[in-house]
Ligand binder design. Structure first.
Ligand SMILES: [Zn+2]
Length: 361
């Protein structure tokens, strides 16, 4: 199979490729149906899970895709390629790999970064009984992000306000205000939800089954949309105490939003918290892999357009179809050179994760 063929044109095709690659390797897939939603073509939506390696392994590497829905083209391609090329047959002793395909199948199918409830799942893994993180700056930008129309005077006025905000405060402050996460506007961007999502509950249950007693857990969660075209940024997430281990395993390329070295803003409620809480006995080395596509302002513009479309626009209109293409293009560079860059970097970093786990005793 050619490398570009590991990647798919849509969620349904990605799922079919993943399932058949597992079947060809004699692997049993656990499929978790999201019975609260349907796909863009009415298809059922699943989080599919496969375990490779011994049931009793005390070390586990989680490889997950599509936490941010439309970003799933990338991670799914790497997962399908790893299975197709039979690259996980010679795992180190006492080690298992848990592949989770389509953490957010609804967003993958509908070409959205959010889930069926407009929730950004990487802002949703919080203790909802405790006070939620505040992002007062979001309130200042919300009305600029969601104009009444996507063209004409209302659009132009909102655009001018955004330009003024960036001019006055800088791009990084604007990016943090928009992307840091918020729990106030459920019609807004980077909304973290008012309670645990289907994915939150399902993922916690999956990890509890497979890793409740493990001693060492590593996570590589595949994302796109930040950084230069095809570039890979390993972003350490979670307990600061684990950062030195991540640097040891993956090298000096590892960044940290808290340390100000990442292209990502500081965010709370990322999926690694749910994963770690479901494997409480383990050391945790969790990394979000960001693969670059197009410039960040264009990515934010696509997300803003998509949010507007679902709140105020018409999906069936020419404008709606153009916005959906804009979103897909922002998170998936459907080009052979990009896919080959993703594949090469992806298998390399997975190898580093396995080698890192092997060092732990
Ligand atoms: Zn992402």
């Amino acid at each position: 199979m050619n490398i570009p063929d590991f990647f798919s044109a849509n969620y349904a095709e990605a799922r079919t490729k993943f399932l058949s690659a597992c079947e060809n390797r004699g692997l049993t897939v656990e499929s978790h149906l999201n019975d609260t939603a349907k796909g863009a073509n009415g298809e059922d939506l699943y989080m599919d899970v496969v375990r490779i390696g011994p049931k009793t392994a005390s070390k586990i590497l989680i490889l997950s895709s599509a936490t941010h829905g439309v970003e799933g083209f990338c991670g799914s391609g790497v997962q399908v390629g790893m299975l197709t090329e039979n690259m996980l047959t010679l795992l180190p002793d006492d080690t298992a790999v848990l592949m989770i395909h389509a953490i957010n199948p609804h967003g993958f199918s509908h070409l959205r970064r959010v889930n069926e409830d407009n929730v950004d799942l990487n802002r949703n893994f919080l203790d909802f009984d405790a006070p939620l993180p505040e992002n007062p700056d979001y309130a200042d930008v919300h009305h600029m992000l969601l104009p009444d129309d996507w063209e004409g005077t209302s659009f132009e006025a909102a655009q001018a306000k955004i330009d003024d905000y960036i001019e006055e405060k800088g791009l990084s402050i604007f990016q943090a205000a928009v992307t840091g996460g918020q729990h106030i506007h459920d019609d807004g961007l980077f909304f973290g939800g008012f309670g645990p999502s289907w994915t939150n509950k399902t993922l916690r249950a999956v990890v509890a089954i497979h890793a409740a007693d493990c001693k060492h857990l590593a996570m590589l969660d595949f994302h796109t949309g930040l950084g230069p075209y095809g570039y890979e940024e390993p972003i350490y997430v979670g307990d600061p105490a684990g950062l030195s281990r991540a640097l040891d395993w993956y090298g000096d390329d590892v960044t940290s939003p808290e340390a100000g070295t990442s292209s990502s803003a500081i965010v709370r409620g990322t999926i690694n918290y749910g994963i770690c809480e479901s494997a409480p006995k383990a050391s945790h080395t969790c990394v979000a892999l960001e693969y670059g596509t197009i410039p960040v302002l264009e990515v934010l513009e696509a997300l803003r357009a998509d949010n507007w479309l679902y709140i105020k626009g018409n999906l069936e209109s020419d404008q709606g179809k153009a916005i959906k293409k804009q979103v897909r293009d922002a998170f998936y560079c459907d080009a052979d050179d990009w896919k080959e860059m993703i594949w090469k970097r992806g298998i390399s970093v997975i190898g580093m994760g396995l080698a890192g786990l092997e060092k732990e005793t």
